[in-house]
Design a protein around this ligand. Structure first.
Ligand SMILES: NC(=O)c1ccc[n+]([C@@H]2O[C@H](COP(=O)([O-])OP(=O)(O)OC[C@H]3O[C@@H](n4cnc5c(N)ncnc54)[C@H](OP(=O)(O)O)[C@@H]3O)[C@@H](O)[C@H]2O)c1
Length: 330
């Protein structure tokens, strides 16, 4: 089992290597790939040093699986070249997500859609992944009509440059590289990705369209406001869900607590609720603040937190790879 990690020197790629190591992924050969400027650079995996190779070298080695996190344009250009030599690509960028011929997968929700013919598989947007993990069991039970989500997203979602911007600002350095149009420390930026003609940002449209595709139900109405905040550990989401059918709040809590991949943290009396500090470096999705929306029938409020670099990116991709191996689809 030869595994290429494309973007191995980046934020997501680094976590990808950590997750592969922690979960003891059954690989026999690791192929770290990055841009030309990083070729030859050493990375460590399970105590062993590996030299970063170029895209062409990696393709010539015909990996079984390539985990991509090197940006959309790199993915559009390079993923098909890997697929051509028989590699199954699991891609973290937005390049292939809405392509009708590509599967968009969150293993807890729709891994069963995968087949050996899927040579490029898309990993959803980080904010979407953590939300659908919590929505799926509720949709199955009560049927979702509409979701209103507002996000509070970590700077780690933008990559290494954004983390540097925040850290520089916290140290009073004002002339460092800027990942955002504005200072992020002591600020909140209600824009993630570029604006579309309809006034939504691309991140907001990703949450709307990807949720419907993963859940396999275009009747689920979603509206989103995505916001960047000066936080590191993970993304948080305030989610309001209107159901077709009524629910019992205790039953909702039990349902979520018993869902694979979810940890329920909902004990207001003891000030227990999910926070990015606690989700940091964890693979699970944390859910709390569950309560009835008293302004509308059959409607629920909840708060969802996950480490965007883990379940929102690396862990989800590795779980897809684990599924492919388990089902002998690679
Ligand atoms: N951060 C998140 O929470 C998150 C979540 C989901 C998905 N994603 C997606 O994952 C991707 C990477 O994000 P990131 O945050 O890890 O960014 P990042 O820290 O900036 O890392 C980018 C990585 O891609 C490599 N790369 C860039 N251009 C390349 C090329 N032409 N050929 C080969 N490698 C190339 C870089 O190599 P060098 O070091 O050599 O430049 C680096 O390893 C993006 O598509 C992003 O949208 C990110």
């Amino acid at each position: 089992m030869k595994i290429a990690v494309v973007g191995a020197t980046g934020l997501v790629g680094t976590v990808m290597l950590k997750v592969l190591e922690e979960r003891n992924f059954p690989l026999t050969e690791l192929i770290p790939v990055a841009s030309e400027k990083s070729v030859g650079k050493e990375i460590t995996f399970k105590g062993k040093k590996y030299a970063v190779v170029s895209m062409d070298t990696a393709i010539s080695m015909r990996p079984d699986i390539a985990l991509f996190s090197a940006g959309g344009s790199t993915s559009l250009a390079e993923a098909p070249r890997f697929a051509e030599v028989g590699t199954t690509v699991i891609d973290n960028s937005s390049a292939w997500r809405m392509d009708p011929s590509k599967k968009l997968v969150v293993p807890e929700v729709n891994a069963s859609e995968l087949s050996a013919d899927d040579k490029i598989i898309a990993n959803p947007n980080c904010s979407t992944i953590q939300m659908v993990v919590a929505l799926k069991p509720l949709h199955d039970k009560y049927k979702i009509k509409r979701v209103v989500v507002s996000t509070y997203q970590s700077v780690t979602g933008t990559g290494v440059k954004a983390v540097e911007q925040l850290m520089n600002e916290r140290k009073g350095i004002t002339d460092g590289p800027m990942a955002y149009a504005y200072p992020i420390d002591l600020n909140v930026i209600p824009q993630i990705d570029v604006f579309q003609d309809n006034g939504y940002t691309k991140e907001e449209m990703k949450m709307i369209l990807e949720t419907q595709k993963i859940m396999g139900d275009n009747n689920i109405k979603v509206t989103a406001t995505t916001v960047r905040i000066p936080v590191m550990g993970g993304h948080s989401e305030s989610v309001n869900i209107e159901f077709e059918n009524d629910f019992d709040v205790t039953e909702v809590k039990n349902l979520l607590a018993n869902t694979e991949g979810i940890i329920l943290v909902d004990d207001p009396a003891n000030l227990k609720y999910p926070m990015p500090k606690d989700a940091h470096e964890k693979d699970e999705v944390f859910v709390g603040r569950i309560r009835r929306d008293e302004s509308l029938p059959n409607t629920l409020n909840m708060w969802i937190v996950a480490d965007n670099l883990r379940k929102g990116a690396a862990t989800n991709a590795v779980q897809i790879a684990e599924y492919l191996v388990k089902k002998q689809l690679v």
